[in-house]
Design a protein around this ligand. Structure first.
Ligand SMILES: [Cu+2]
Length: 471
């Protein structure tokens, strides 16, 4: 359906030329004119349209049912918010509250979320559903909940002070509207956003199409991206941080705590990625596949306009959805391509030591200042993952988790897509077993000789004391 909003866009493109406007008549007529239709007919038709249509042009339909009307979405490391149907309306209850959240084993923080989860559980519904959402505020300050990207009456938009009174601590508010769209939307607090969202008060709001344009996905995964400032030794994310974030998460988890996406070979897979936090955009790259971006937060992209990508840029306040057939088995990483976003609690206030020859500096410092001191990173940062260094209480090593071949030098915004042939459940199948001869490995001397590859001997790495890691 073509909405009036779209006409406003075309009117904007025309507005530069006064001559064009004169030819077409008044600006109002330009705004309401449907392209390729005689002006008089459309303008007259629009004048007679009741205003209410702009607000709620689609009827409420019977509540959509899982299995019959849609395949439920999977929110790794989180759940869908339970609901019940009362007189044809889906009724949900969100409780904003403090949550003791585990980012990964070894690292917890007091965050703010909903119903015991950080971020809040995914609200899942179907186009045409009537939803009634109660919001109870158990936070120590006033809040409100904004339904981000959802078309609804202005007074249901959830902007504290502007479209409603703030929800005071202890109060419960009622929101109610009919879902006139489908897609990947979000919800988040819209009072003292800086504090509340930095602490995690947001969630996904997935609306399935009543009549899908294409075949339904077999596996439908949804992620929310976030960044946090969580200093070692503290127990709460710092909302005052503007640019210098040090924890990056998929659904508020850090790899290896991110639950993998598991798919059977040739499953149709949908991945939805959304972000309303806080300052950073994230180019999310999936290995092993090319995929068309099929939806934005504004809805489906016509097939002729879909771009095939390997990396999707998700800006703050946006959602992006892509679809593909899982035809390549393996363990494929999906991660942010900003290299600092696959690090955790990385100290960045140090000069680079790559290539530095520390000589006897370490010995001197150990003798006079810090007994456990060791100059790190002279050959790069990967060694930090291999050493599995001891870290301060309630923090994580900034890179790394054990992998099937070596330590994986990434944490933060990293998760895995595990595609397998012949699996009978979607439980984590463990590491991929590669067919023989398909793994990169040390080149054999015979191969090098046959192919005329000459290798210059590399200088050996500088010696370093073993097992003397700074605590
Ligand atoms: Cu990023």
């Amino acid at each position: 359906m073509i909405t009036r909003r779209k006409f406003l866009t075309s009117a904007g493109a025309l507005a530069g030329s006064a001559a064009v406007l004169q030819k077409l008549g008044s600006a109002q007529e330009v705004k309401t004119r449907e392209p390729n239709k005689p002006r008089e007919t459309t303008a007259a038709a629009n004048r007679n349209k009741p205003l209410i249509e702009r607000v709620d042009p689609k009827p409420t339909l019977p509540p959509g049912e899982a299995g019959k009307d849609y395949t439920p979405v999977i929110t790794p490391n989180n759940i869908s918010l339970p609901w019940k149907v009362v007189d044809g309306v889906k009724v949900y209850h969100l409780v904003a509250e403090e949550v003791d959240h585990e980012f990964a084993p070894g690292m917890r923080a007091k965050c703010w979320g909903f119903n015991g989860h950080v971020h809040g559980p995914t609200i899942e519904a179907v186009e045409g559903d009537r939803v009634r959402i109660y919001v109870t505020n158990n936070l120590p300050e006033a809040t409100s909940v904004h339904w981000h990207g959802i078309l609804l009456p202005n007074g249901m938009d959830g902007v504290g002070g502007l479209t409603q009174k703030n929800i005071q601590p202890g109060e419960t508010f009622r929101y109610e509207f009919t879902l006139r769209q489908h897609g990947t939307q979000m919800y988040h607090s819209h009072s003292d956003e800086m504090t509340q969202m930095a602490l995690g008060t947001m969630g996904l709001f997935i609306i399935h199409p009543r009549r899908p344009r294409d075949q339904r996905p077999d596996r439908d995964f949804a992620f929310m991206l976030s960044e946090w400032r969580l200093d070692t030794g503290t127990s709460r994310p710092n909302p005052n941080e503007m640019t210098d974030f040090n924890v990056f998460t998929f659904n508020a988890k850090i790899f290896p705590a991110t639950e993998p996406m598991v798919a059977k070979l040739d499953d149709r897979v949908r991945i939805r990625i959304a972000s309303v936090a806080v300052m950073e955009h994230h180019p999310i790259h999936l290995h092993g596949y090319h995929f068309p971006i099929t939806e934005t937060d504004g809805g489906q992209i016509p097939e002729s306009a879909q771009q095939v990508e390997t990396t999707v840029l998700v800006g703050v306040g946006q959602s992006r959805t892509f679809d593909f057939v899982a035809d390549a088995p393996g363990d494929w990483p999906m991660h942010c391509h900003m290299t600092h976003h696959v690090m955790t609690q990385m100290g960045d206030k140090f000069p680079s030591t790559i290539g530095v020859q520390p000589g006897n500096l370490d010995k001197k410092i150990r003798a006079s200042l810090l007994p456990g001191y060791m100059t790190m990173g002279t050959n790069g940062m990967g060694e930090m993952a291999e050493m599995q260094m001891k870290v301060p209480r309630n923090s994580l090593p900034m890179v790394g988790a054990p992998g099937p071949f070596d330590v994986i030098d990434m944490s933060g915004l990293l998760t895995l897509l595990k595609v397998r042939e012949g699996i009978t459940s979607y439980e984590d199948p463990g590491w991929y077993k590669h067919p023989e001869g398909t793994v990169a490995s040390l080149a054999a001397a015979d191969d090098l000789r046959r192919d005329g590859i000459k290798v210059r001997a590399v200088p050996s790495a500088p010696e370093r004391p073993a097992h003397h890691h700074p605590g």
